[in-house]
Design a binder for this molecule. Structure first.
Ligand code: DGJ
Length: 724
């Protein structure tokens, strides 16, 4: 719901409220984002006279009105606000000042969309849109700030359009998607950092004066930092305290900056990373920023995660698989790496079908000349020698075993040792006269080029049409550098990183809409591009190349703050684990992988008979719980980085079913069974588990006893059902 009165705007959701106000000078001030208060909070604005905080010209001798101290909705560079800014342009005369003032607004039913970019979608009964136009009168540069308000979900989205309304060319140096000013309050921030095979480690720190940032300049959202952030009160826990979260619906280089200023005010800005970015706008042209999505919770992190899980699962993910049950798949990567032929794959497939797997996924190495990672990328034609015939035949044999068939691609890449490179070396991103950086021996295709997109569309769709293929794993295995496109003028080279992402999205849009029955799974060396932009096209993403169940509890814990469980591709692999050498029980590997879109990454012939029957039983259990796991609410019951357990809970929407899963890392001699408090359940319900009855209030206050463990990394699984 959006209310407007005398240039005061209130965006209300079920539990939250966002207020802004165009003041007497037309400056758009941010007033409030927090709990729904149903009253104008502008009395909180104060106007201190602060030394070295300049004053706008119209304020005359009033030293108290300064852009450097006020909470601003979309602060500009160059006109006296010295904090981090949301927008910066260079005018045709080389000057860079911008002074945006309120011009007009528009409210519409439904949710705006963004040309060529993924965004939250919602119908007219679910969302409203507010557009506020700001204008720099001297240059006629205009900015339309767009807000999507999803009432039931407590979600507010932000995006901006920059318009060159003047008669000279301008260059955009920075165009953020979200700016949020928060008044004097001591805050902490959580972000999710990591590295390859160890993504989204949660880090929480108090804000320090000055700027703190998490960002990527890798051309992808990256393993190293995730485009998401949470600001919280120091007392914020899973259930109590206030927090504001934001994630970016974008898969390229991003920047999240937080500044704690001289007056202890906090400013959060999220957008395309301005480093390695510029965009030229001729008169009349526009630029649309990607979207950032926000929520506020007054009840700790759980509520924040629930709002984000719902908006991503129901209003960002699309396609036939969005809410439907995901197949249990077996991927051959860790089973064979590049060392396979059709016989080996069929032997794995036969055993996979015997243990109840739904789908066999053939990973890297089935195409071109690809027996290791030094060659073949770009040659998307089947290696019939290796597959001993056509892909159609192989898929048919797998189908006959009662399984569906899936296939790996890495569309954005090109190996120098490939037919494609020999024919189109100019399609690779590299700067004339310089040797390019290689990553995993490969170069990156210039996805901004229509001919590259068309080549990929034609070759991928030909493969998809040639056989019964139900799943496509979209991998991407290096960070991008040496940005240069032979089709762009010198002035426009700074546009390439964003044009790359637009090209990637355009290709994904064509393929996902032309092959609606294919389940797309995103991947970038595991979770190097785990973001809401990719989730618009691929409802699940391979979470990490680390399949070690213990490390996965940390990775999946961090991931769960923002992303829904159904988005998390997660598989059981063999021990000793290939990434860490750690040995964990097969049951612990299973419960960890079940907190995701479940599958296996192993050669079943390496399992003992006991393990094989355990696997069959796990698959049946996952299928039984799949609806509850993907459709229920998820609670983090313990922090794996702080203590000796990682335990989580799924509870069905109606509260009648609960599944507690996880792991106890260490067993000590003479150890008490520990209890863990459950959450989100009705205190008056009575639940039953293993013949015991428990009142909801008891489970909330006293908890449930974890099993007596034996050995390290012992599994936890407790299923409770409402009695009667
Ligand atoms: C990286 C992925 O994360 C792996 O799962 C696997 O597909 C390899 N690439 C194949 O090259």
């Amino acid at each position: 719901m959006i209310y407007v009165r005398d240039n005061f705007f209130s965006l209300k959701t079920k539990n939250t409220e966002y207020q802004l106000y165009a003041d007497k000078y037309g400056v758009l001030q941010h007033i409030w984002y927090g709990k729904r208060v149903d009253t104008n909070m502008s009395y909180l604005l104060n106007y201190p006279d602060v030394g070295f905080a300049g004053n706008i010209y119209e304020a005359g001798n009033d030293r108290t009105y300064s852009l450097n101290t006020l909470p601003l909705e979309y602060p500009c560079k160059g006109t006296g606000d010295y904090r981090i800014s949301a927008v910066s342009v260079s005018h045709s005369d080389g000057s860079t000042a911008l002074d945006l003032r309120f011009k007009e607004y528009k409210i519409t039913k439904g949710k705006y969309s963004i040309t060529g970019l993924p965004a939250v979608y919602a119908n007219e009964s679910e969302a409203d849109t507010l557009e506020i136009t700001l204008q720099d009168t001297s240059s006629d540069v205009r900015v339309i700030l767009r807000y999507g308000v999803l009432y039931e979900l407590d979600i507010i989205t932000r995006s901006a359009i920059i318009i060159n309304g003047g008669c000279g060319k301008i260059r955009i140096n920075n165009a953020a998607s979200l700016c949020l000013d928060i008044p004097d309050e001591k805050l902490e921030w959580l972000h999710f950092h990591g590295r390859h095979s160890m993504e989204r480690i949660t880090e929480r720190s108090p804000l320090i004066h000055g700027i703190q940032e998490s960002s990527s300049t890798r051309g992808t959202s990256s393993h190293q930092q995730n485009p998401s952030v949470i600001l919280c009160s120091p007392d914020c826990t899973e259930e109590n305290g206030s927090c504001i979260g934001a994630f970016f619906v974008y898969s390229g280089s991003f920047r999240t900056q937080i500044e704690l200023d001289q007056l202890n005010q906090t400013r959060l800005i999220i957008g395309i990373n301005p480093e390695l970015f510029s965009w030229t706008l001729n008169p009349g042209e526009t630029f649309e920023t990607p979207e950032a999505v926000m929520t506020y919770s007054g009840n700790g992190f759980s509520k924040l995660s629930h709002s984000f899980h719902k908006v991503i699962r129901e209003h960002i993910c699309r396609g036939n698989y969005k809410l439907s049950e995901r197949p249990v798949l077996l991927n051959n990567w860790e089973a064979t790496y590049f060392d396979f032929d059709a016989d080996k794959i069929l032997r794995i497939a036969k055993q996979a079908s015997e243990i109840g797997v739904d789908m066999l996924v053939l990973d890297d190495g089935w195409f071109g000349k690809r027996d290791n990672d030094c060659s073949g990328l770009g040659d998307w034609f089947v290696n019939e020698e290796k597959l001993k015939g056509s892909l159609h035949n192989l898929a048919e044999k797998i189908n006959k075993l009662g399984m569906r068939f899936g296939l790996w691609f890495e569309p954005e890449m090109i190996s120098e040792d490939s037919r494609l490179y020999r024919e189109h070396s100019d399609w690779a991103i590299k700067i004339p006269g310089r040797d390019p950086m290689r990553g995993r021996y490969q170069l990156v295709l210039d996805m901004s080029r229509k001919d590259v997109q068309d080549y990929l569309y034609d070759s991928i769709s030909a493969i998809l049409r040639s056989a019964d293929i139900s799943y496509l794993k979209w991998d991407m295995n290096r960070s991008i550098s040496d940005w240069y496109s032979s089709l762009l003028t010198a002035e426009k080279q700074g546009e390439l990183p964003h044009r790359y992402v637009l090209g990637l999205y355009a290709l994904l849009e064509r393929l996902t809409s032309d092959f609606p029955d294919v389940l797309f799974e995103g991947c970038s060396g595991g979770g190097g591009r785990f973001d809401a932009g990719m989730l618009y096209y691929c409802p699940q993403i391979w979470c990490s190349d680390d399949t070690d169940a213990f490390e996965r509890t940390v990775i999946q814990y961090g991931t769960s703050f923002i992303y829904p469980i159904s988005a998390v591709g997660s598989h059981v692999s063999i021990v000793p684990n290939h990434q860490t050498g750690r040995i964990t029980p097969i049951e612990s590997r299973a419960v960890t992988a079940m907190a995701g879109s479940f599958g296996y990454e192993l050669d079943p012939s390496q399992l003992t008979d006991n393990e094989k029957s355990a696997v069959s039983e796990q698959i049946n259990r996952f299928k039984k719980y799949r609806k509850l796991i993907h459709g229920g609410k998820y609670y983090r019951l313990s922090d794996p980085m702080n203590g000796y357990t990682s335990v989580w809970e799924f509870i069905s929407e109606d509260g009648s079913e609960i599944l507690v899963q996880g792991m106890v890392f260490r067993t000590e001699p003479n150890m008490n069974r520990k209890s863990i408090k459950l959450r989100g359940l009705d205190p008056d319900f009575v639940f039953e588990s293993d013949g015991e009855s428990y009142k909801g209030s008891a489970l909330l206050e006293g908890g449930i006893l974890l099993p007596q463990t034996w050995g390290d990394y012992a599994p936890v699984e407790i299923y409770l059902r409402k009695k009667g």
